[in-house]
Design a protein around this ligand. Structure first.
Ligand code: CS2
Length: 498
């Protein structure tokens, strides 16, 4: 038996939460792009809470590429399980997914849903690369899918293309626009998306520009919950817990946070009632999270992999690595943050490190190591640029970058896959490396889509990066990693702190 509206009725476990509302009364009020694991443990879970008191906010999920989520969830009437893994684990069946569409199969149905007057919110978790931005933060019009959408606006392939077309339809139908809520780990995610949509519309449908500028809210957000990818062990565990099979359960830690900028218009769910923070100062939350949590994650992913660790909890159990990451957070990242009222950065750092230690979550470093070319420019490069300008230390901050370079080289050397939109260019550059720090660092700094000319040309940056790269070259296990980190930390100690 698999999970479905019929089978859910007979699931009787007391530690299992199931939708306690009438699914038939739920209508679609949200269209979401990118129904991956993160969305399903996060936004869809908040919406599930909302549906207990307000049935207008069911979700129409849109996959831009794969059919996997549709194939798993449609036979289950959209239901799926979240395993919440922490000191005390629990299971919860989510009922907020009303429909799953695969965009390339039915772009016009997707547009219809977006243009419906009942749809007041469009959300997205399409990862950094889904925004098709160039390194200056504008829309990359040379991106093949964007070029396609500019030529074929009625059958878009990208999220930006769908937004532009759907907004045109709503405008012509005389409907209020929807709110566009980016839920990806990009600094200023709402502003960036707004700029991308306006760039697109200026090039394809300029008379719509003013309406979008004036009428369409693009709030910035901060989203947070650690979500390891689903594996067979989870499938089995959920099956044992539920007594029925779930084709695609998801899992997360207990901690879950969503902060939305106070810009939403029109009818909205009661966000505050389900624990979502709506505030004027989202930037403070978002920077702290991106730089501290995600920055530390990437550091663990690359440096930890070099030492042979495979999960976050095993890497953070390495005392030398944990101390290094903690000092990087406190001494190098925190000084540049302006926390919003109520956010205690010391407490936040301690809580993040505690979350990394969660032994019930098997979070693979390999998963975090994906898409380094897209993630590091938001997590680490801005901190380096700001620290350079302020005369603060960058020696430790060069570790995630130098370790990323070594990680790429090792993937190539062992013929392992590089998961990154720049995979081909990364592999090509790795092949040009010869172990000489100056040569190799120069080769990677030539990645124009990642490093600005200004940063790549900064002599201090280059020197610190070469130093970190040289020390990390010898890492082949925990002791050599510890030794390398100690040398890099000693260098950080000599840097001037005005
Ligand atoms: C991680 C994030 O995979 C990654 O790059 O750093 O997915 C992280 O787990 C989430 O942002 C936590 O909210």
């Amino acid at each position: 038996m698999t999970l479905s509206l019929a089978s859910i009725a007979v699931l009787g476990r007391r530690d299992l939460k199931i939708p306690a509302y009438d699914r038939n009364r739920v209508s679609i009020g949200i269209v979401h792009f990118g129904p991956g694991a993160f969305h399903r443990v996060h936004q869809a879970c908040y919406v599930d809470d909302i549906l207990h008191s307000d049935p207008r906010w069911g979700i129409c999920e849109v996959s831009l590429h794969s059919t996997g989520v549709r194939d798993a969830l449609v036979p289950q009437d959209g239901l799926y399980t979240i395993a919440i893994l922490d000191e005390q684990s629990s299971f919860r069946v989510i009922g907020s997914v009303k429909e799953v569409l695969v965009a390339p199969e039915s772009p016009s149905t997707v547009l219809e849903r977006m243009a419906s007057p009942a749809t007041r919110i469009v959300t997205a978790t399409i990862t950094e690369k889904g925004y098709c931005l160039d390194k200056n933060g504008g829309l990359d019009v040379s991106h093949p899918d964007i070029a396609h959408d500019l030529q074929n606006p009625a059958t878009p392939r990208t999220f930006v293309g769908f937004l532009a077309r759907a907004l045109r339809m709503r405008h012509d139908l005389g409907h209020e626009p929807f709110n566009v809520i980016s839920c990806d780990n990009l600094a200023d995610n709402g502003h960036r998306l707004r700029r991308a949509v306006l760039d697109f519309v200026r090039a394809s449908d300029p008379t719509l520009t003013a309406w979008i500028e004036e009428q369409v809210p693009f709030p910035c957000t901060m989203v947070d919950s650690i979500t390891p990818a689903t594996d067979d062990a989870l499938r089995l565990r959920v099956k044992e817990a539920l007594g029925v099979e779930d084709l695609w359960p998801v899992r997360r830690e207990l901690f879950c946070q969503w902060v939305i900028e106070n810009k939403l218009r029109g009818p909205q769910p009661d966000w505050a009632a389900v624990g979502v923070t709506v505030t004027d100062d989202v930037a403070g939350f978002e920077r702290a999270k991106l730089r501290l949590l995600n920055g530390a994650h990437s550091t663990l992913a690359y440096a930890g992999s070099l030492a042979g660790y495979d999960t976050v909890s095993s890497a953070i159990a390495d005392e030398a690595l944990a101390t290094f990451v903690r000092r990087m957070m406190i001494e190098d990242i925190r000084p540049g943050l302006a926390p919003p009222e109520g956010l205690d950065l010391d407490g936040y750092i301690a809580a993040v490190l505690r979350r990394f230690r969660n032994p019930t979550i098997r979070h693979l470093l390999a998963q975090i190591a994906w898409d380094g070319s897209q993630k590091l420019p938001f997590r680490t490069l801005p901190v380096i640029a700001e620290n350079l300008a302020a005369g603060r230390s960058i020696a430790r901050l060069c570790v995630p970058l130098a370790a990323w370079f070594h990680f790429i080289r090792r993937q190539v050397r062992h013929d392992r896959q590089i998961v990154d939109p720049l995979a081909a260019e990364l592999a090509e550059r790795a092949q040009r490396c010869n172990g000489d720090s100056a040569n190799d660092v120069s080769t990677f700094l030539g990645l124009e889509k990642v490093f600005s000319t200004e940063l790549a040309g900064n002599a201090t940056f280059r020197a610190r990066l070469e130093l970190a790269y040289a020390h990390l070259a010898d890492v082949e296990g925990p002791p050599t990693l510890g030794a390398a980190l100690a040398k890099i930390t000693a260098r950080a100690g000599q840097e001037i702190h005005p």
